[in-house]
Design a protein around this ligand. Sequence first.
Ligand code: 15L
Length: 267
Amino acid sequence: MTKPTIVLTGAAGGVGGMLRPLLAARYRLILSDRTEPPADLTAEETWHTADLTDRAAVDELMRGADGLIHLGGQSVEADWQTVHDANIAGLWNIYDACRAEGVARIIFASSNHAVGFYPRTRRIGVDQAVRPDGLYGVSKAFGEALGSLFADKHGLRVMSIRIGNVAEKPADHRRLSIWLHPEDLAQLIDIGLTHPDIHHAIVYGASHNERAWWDNSAAFALGYAPKHHAEDHVDYAMAEQAKLPADPVGDLLQGGAFCADGFDGDL
Ligand code: 15L
């Protein structure tokens, strides 16, 4: 059977690099980023240099693809112009090119920063209102809204994954609650690319984290069964946390330092 052709944007980034070997067995990957191809490109992978703000280049990138995993764009907080160009205008290009080129499935890398201003004492599902913790978080909430629109109006099947922090191990105390092992992310992506019942699904991108702040029943209902446990790495995470200064704002809120950045409100 021929493998589905899947475009992976942001392929030169850290998360893209972790996913490539995990997805290669099941998909023919068209990798894309603004950069030149990485040195470790395999014979099965195709590289396509493209800037998300260039609509013609994005159309060409999507031509003939069965699905898209969109990791590209701005991945941390930045000034409005930077966030706008990559994650608002660029994301519009991505979605509208998928519609125009008949790309049926989209995995949108949303972020925990769409809901980062919820306190750590709250357990939230995917039905509560968004509470972005910066312009980057606002752009991720926009991306989820765009996914909903393109599913409702144009019949695309979209999964927005509110990714916590993708790494081999949880990097600190906060990440014990939001950690996502790359293999668990690959499992969520497989579900998003293949599950017959997906219209627009918002799920949390989290491994089996005993300290989770998120109710991920939306993902479990689609068959997600994370294999990795954050508490297996608790000693490492807490040792890393001990190296960090206290953050009187970020330590109270799910988004951490993103909330503290420029904060002059009331807690
Ligand atoms: C994100 O959305 C970022 O892309 C990533 O670099 C981390 O900062 C992560 O959130 C996090 O919250 O740890």
